[in-house]
Design a protein around this ligand. Sequence first.
Ligand code: ATP
Ligand code: MG
Ligand code: MG
Ligand code: MG
Length: 562
Amino acid sequence: MKQSMTFIPTLREVPADAEVKSHQLMLRAGFVRQSASGVYSYLPLAQKVLKKIEQIVREEMNSAGAVELLMPALQQAELWQESGRWYSYGSELMRLKDRHGREFALGATHEEMITSIVRDEIKSYKRLPLTLYQIQSKFRDEKRPRFGVLRGREFIMKDAYSFHASHASLDEVYEKMFQAYHNTFTRCGLDFRAVIADSGAMGGKDTHEFMVLSDVGEDTIAYSDTSQYAANIEMAPVLSKYERSTESLNELEKIETPQQKTIEEISAFLQVSKEKCIKSLLFKVDDRFVLVLVRGDHEVNDIKVKNLLNVTVVELASAEETKNTVGCLPGFIGPLNVAEDVEIIADYATSAVVNGVCGANQEDYHYKGVTLERDGRISQFADLRFIQEGDPSPDGEGVITFARGIEVGHVFKLGTRYSDAMNATFLDENGRSQSMIMGCYGIGVSRTLAAIIEQHHDENGIVWPKSVAPFDIHLVPVNIKNDAQKDLAENLYQQLMEKGYDVLLDDRQERVGVKFADSDLIGLPIRITIGKRADEGIVELKVRKTGESMEISLNELESQLE
Ligand code: ATP
Ligand code: MG
Ligand code: MG
Ligand code: MG
């Protein structure tokens, strides 16, 4: 590509509103331009990198047995109503109406869409497992879009969904996807960790986030210095165990198993005002504690108690959301394996709600000593301590260290949360109807682009890893008006391209200082400078990463490039 023909609007100054390096560099090196908060155009260089990342993702997905498709971003509200997420997703879901007043959402993720497609076509275990993926723009009305494309409102995601007849089959594909993610991020040149993303009832093995280590990451990871243990701090367990609340726990232990209720009864019952739903309860179920959080208008993420050791947290949405959320509970539990866990918990938890919270008027059913703060934080548990640096690792090996991470990928065993809600069933070997078991797997493609820059830059600009560089070689004639330089540049440009290199030729009539500054900013792995010794057939080869440079003759060039 000739630089005079393409569009790389570089900037000398650091844009004032760009806080993090990747954002600054993407603006300065002419990769992106913002159009609205969290909405960006990817200019030609960024588009090239995105295509390379996507290619890596596709190769890894395909070799893991996933098949590409493309679903609509425009999704009818009915689908989201079926799953319940129309009510529970909140304002992050972009909603709109068509000219007839019909409601739609712009896809924030595609569980509903894919489930509706697969349920209509697949009826037998013989057609399972099936893993489908797409690469597409997603829309989320983030509360705080920031750091450029790291947290956008429109962003590119690879999302994959798997469908299974058995949990064993899901485990197998999950493992493959995990490995594919590992390969993908390694090939992108990233230093990352796969961390436990939820310590829920399934023992924390069923959802992992892939975190790129970076100080600008919005997540904190707790990892062991000697073992594989790594968890999102939000999911890392609390160390101490409720010493101060023994009294109330004793009280709770006396409670007999609450009567069981069907989901229908509960959802009917939950049609109470929002105000009544802002209390929470703690239960002991066998050797586990079950904390029931009834959400008011609070963000799920604010509720840190998710991670209490030995505690299963059941979070209910507001009454309005809950009554519309199929199965009531699953809507806000997110990663919990709904099929296996919630059924058990639901009976306790929802009874708790029925008896203790929603039935706030029934004085008899108030449980002493477990009054919680409005936002779900528990005053009695004040001495509970979240894991800290220097604590022993929960797996007993080594000591905990903290690091900041950027979430670039997330793999997730969904179980039957969507298939139950949306009636995606198949006939098993015995001709019995079963809910499909699902997994989902996301990669933030555009976020990965920025994460790579966070990890690969210096004071002069971006330093692309070869695998994802927008071009392989930057060919820079010092003075394009000099015939020897111009001719050599043109020849070399053709030859290198014939050899399969992707070359950017700086054929602009710019001062050499400007060309070099732009070249460092753009950060291609190799720069070949054609200067005074062009007529002798000697050029300068410079490695962007190390700064190492050498004068070489053209016949040495090829071997040096390898
Ligand atoms: P986050 O915790 O950063 O908000 P998430 O957990 O909501 O991300 P997922 O629903 O797991 O995101 O989506 C899969 C992937 O999509 C994420 O791992 C991330 O890489 C990417 N992603 C999510 N939200 C954004 C966003 N606003 N901008 C860019 N990429 C995003
Ligand atoms: Mg999010
Ligand atoms: Mg997340
Ligand atoms: Mg996630």
